[in-house]
Design a protein around this ligand. Structure first.
Ligand code: NAD
Ligand code: DAU
Length: 356
């Protein structure tokens, strides 16, 4: 089986669901269930023996070591992290704790387990670290997109903590020979995205009649990738990535934030028109910019295409349409996230099972 960390978060959820549907190999899902972890996302797997959930911290080396050994894990996919840039500005400590110290604890557990494996299993083992394009810093408007050779220049506590984790992963390969691969991906969007991030926040605020807060002039550029494409890239890198290599993953979809917000509004105008007949774009409100806001990210994804044959399947037009439809169809999910009710899911669904 494989160990997935952070598998109750946005991308982890999509990865676990896609993995079980397409590969079918059992998944051990280790997640601390911070505010961003939502086990309800995985309710469709209740009773499925291919998914086992454990609530715990990646930094708990003893726990991780025990889980690896008991389950004869063949690969680790590390999604677990604090992921929201704005939260990292308000409270960086949790980012250092999980993204740096936690990744270190995880690596220590994996190193001990992997080091004791018999030769054949040792050479087949993989540690895939999921990282971000934000480690590369910000691009000028005309600069070429980030390649894997771009120097690290993280600007927020979040990206600095992710950069530190990438360096630790790299060092464990270089020093101990740990069989690692790292992916650096651009902005994801799609189902189960926590409504603190731009796209889901705009959808839920629009529908609730609230302002749509655009930071600064709204001309910051992000490179958007549908989450299902990120999942297929990770599967491909896990399968065929070269040890010690990093792979940039992106959708060739650079767009300014304001255009994203206007696109979301136009789709909502089409699918769920406002009762007063006006456009949701009327709700756009410019607010003070994010401190240290990176102006532009863009991923050059030619290496993963050339070496591993991976390409995104969705265009932005198809992906954003699916995403808006998902949120319209999952008003209950949104309501339970916003009320905090989703946090009761663990005791509701697992309380009795754990004591059985
Ligand atoms: P998320 O915040 O939605 O989910 C993170 C998950 O990790 C949550 O379920 C949370 O409970 C869990 N977690 C947090 N601390 C933990 C700990 N100490 N131990 C165990 N579990 C813990 O994040 P996401 O958007 O799904 O991102 C997943 C990964 O992908 C992160 O490493 C992030 O840096 C990276 N990434 C995200 C994006 C994006 O656009 N969302 C893009 C590129 C890379
Ligand atoms: O690039 C990959 C990264 O993308 C991931 O590593 C992060 O985990 C993920 O959160 C995301 O970071 P961003 O900061 O780019 O995402 P966010 O959705 O927070 O913001 C996207 C852009 O929209 C950014 O330029 C800030 C802006 N924004 C965001 C919010 C929440 C607004 O203008 N208004 C908002 O209310």
């Amino acid at each position: 089986m494989i160990l997935v960390t952070g598998g109750a978060g946005f991308i982890g959820t999509n990865f676990v669901l896609d993995w079980i549907a397409s590969v079918g190999e059992p998944v051990l899902n280790l997640d601390k269930l911070t505010y961003a972890g939502n086990l309800e996302n995985l309710a469709s797997l209740a009773g499925d023996a291919r998914h086992r959930f454990v609530q715990g911290d990646i930094g708990d080396t003893a726990l991780v070591g025990r889980l690896l050994a008991e389950n004869e894990v063949r690969a680790v996919v590390n999604f677990a992290a604090e992921s929201h840039v704005d939260r990292s500005i308000h409270g960086p400590a949790a980012f250092v704790e999980t993204n740096v110290v936690g990744t270190f604890g995880l690596l220590e557990a994996v190193r001990a387990y992997w080091g004791a494996l018999p030769a054949e299993r040792k050479s087949a083992f993989r540690f895939l670290h999921v990282s971000t394009d934000e480690v590369y810093g910000s691009l000028d408007a005309q600069a070429p997109a980030f390649t894997e050779q771009h120097r690290y220049e993280p600007n927020s506590p979040y990206s600095a903590s992710k950069a530190a984790s990438d360096h630790l992963v790299r060092a464990y390969h270089h020093t101990y020979g740990l069989p690692v691969v790292t992916t650096n991906c651009s902005n994801n969007y799609g189902p189960f995205h926590f409504p603190e991030k731009l796209i889901p926040l705009m959808i839920v605020n629009a529908l609730a009649g609230k302002p749509l807060p655009v930071y600064g002039d709204g001309q910051q550029v992000r490179d958007w990738l549908y989450v299902g494409d990120h999942c297929s890239a990770i599967r491909r890198v896990l399968e065929a990535g070269q040890l010690g290599e990093t792979y940039n993953v992106g959708g060739w979809n650079e767009k300014p934030n304001l255009e994203i917000v206007r696109t979301v509004c136009a789709l909502l105008d089409e699918k769920r028109p406002r009762v007063d007949g006006k456009s949701y774009a009327e709700q756009i409100a410019y607010v003070t910019d994010r401190p240290g806001h990176d102006r532009r990210y863009a991923i050059d994804a030619r290496k993963i295409e050339r070496e591993l044959g991976w390409k995104p399947a969705e265009t932005f037009d198809t992906g954003i349409r699916k995403t808006v439809e998902w949120y319209l169809d999952h008003a209950d999910w949104v309501a339970r996230v916003q009320s905090g009710a989703y946090r009761e899911w663990l005791s509701t669904n697992y309380g009795e099972r754990e004591s059985a």
